[in-house]
Design a protein around this ligand. Structure first.
Ligand code: SAM
Length: 283
């Protein structure tokens, strides 16, 4: 055991999302020195620990035993033991177990310390080329088609970049539903197998990516992230903001057709385009 004084602390330790070289030095030191590591799948994590020559005992903590384990782990922390939580890949709690444990440990006034590192959503955002100043992490969409459709509909006018985790057997259905709900022209990025041999990051419209994934079954394999441009990030003509303002003012007092005609004269835009825009604004 290393000489780190950390009794009674729970460490939340990020581990690689593919390439084992992405483990941090700090993560290695903590995993070596704690009394026990709680892991989502102990067999899976044993592989990582073996690679790092770490012999710290493992204990399972997954969605089916988290509540019960949390009580056991809190009593160990109270006795002065130090513990670490890891998941199968990336940052624990991010679409992974750990929320129940962390909230209970914090309620017990026991320190919880992050050991940051890889997270697939952040890695994907960093290379997607979509706006990153504001984004929404949506995790996995619901498994049932109807619920998935509803969730996407609720996000239809979201202006921040949308980040979804996806599984191979649902990717096609999700893309098709996005095509219906967001329309085929919105920009998106599919990021697959990041940091692994078949790493792929492809940008296009939702229509183009859906077509590509449909044609090439290999793109339905592995670990996948879908990023969709928010509604403001769609390329809109420069004049749109001005013409919306004009239309909004005119629509306050004039019927739709007349407002459109006057707006066309003021902005120089096509009457037909403004008419459709006015219909949307009225909604
Ligand atoms: N806790 C993890 C994190 O920090 O990213 C996420 C765990 S979640 C159970 C697994 C999902 O994350 C996958 O279905 C996929 O959407 C995404 N993911 C994980 N590793 C990935 C990778 N190497 N490339 C692309 N997506 C990945």
């Amino acid at each position: 055991m290393m000489n780190i004084n950390h009794s009674g602390i729970l460490y939340i330790v990020a581990t690689p999302i593919g390439n084992l070289k992405d483990i941090t030095q700090h993560a290695i030191e903590i995993l070596q020195s704690v009394d026990c590591i709680a892991a989502e799948d102990t067999r899976h994590s044993q592989h990582l620990l073996k690679h790092l020559s770490i012999t710290t005992p493992l204990i399972s903590l997954h969605e089916h035993n988290e509540e019960e384990r949390a009580h056991q782990l809190i009593s160990r922390l109270r006795k002065g033991e130090s513990l670490a939580l890891i998941s199968d890949a990336g940052t624990p709690l991010i679409s992974d177990p750990g929320y129940i444990l962390v909230s209970k440990v914090k309620n017990a006034h026991i320190p919880v310390v992050p050991i940051p590192g890889p997270c697939a959503a952040i890695a994907a955002l960093s290379v997607a080329g979509l706006p990153t100043d504001r984004f929404v992490f949506e995790g996995f969409l619901p498994a049932k088609t109807k619920l998935r459709h509803e969730r996407l509909e609720a996000l239809q006018s979201e202006s921040r970049t949308l980040v979804f985790y996806e599984s191979p057997h649902r990717i096609l259905n999700s893309l098709q539903t996005m095509c219906q709900v967001f329309g085929p022209d919105r920009s998106m990025v599919l990021a697959r197998e990041l940091t692994k041999i078949f790493e792929t990051v492809r940008s296009g419209t939702i229509g183009e990516i859906t077509e590509w994934v449909t044609q090439d079954e290999n793109q339905q394999r592995g670990e996948i992230i879908v990023l969709v441009a928010g509604i403001e990030a769609i390329s809109i003509p420069e004049n749109t903001v001005f013409s919306d303002k004009v239309l909004n003012v005119l629509l306050e007092t004039l019927p739709l057709k007349q407002a459109t005609e006057i707006a066309a004269k003021i902005t120089g835009e096509r009457k037909n385009d403004l008419y459709h825009r006015a219909l949307q604004l009225k909604k």
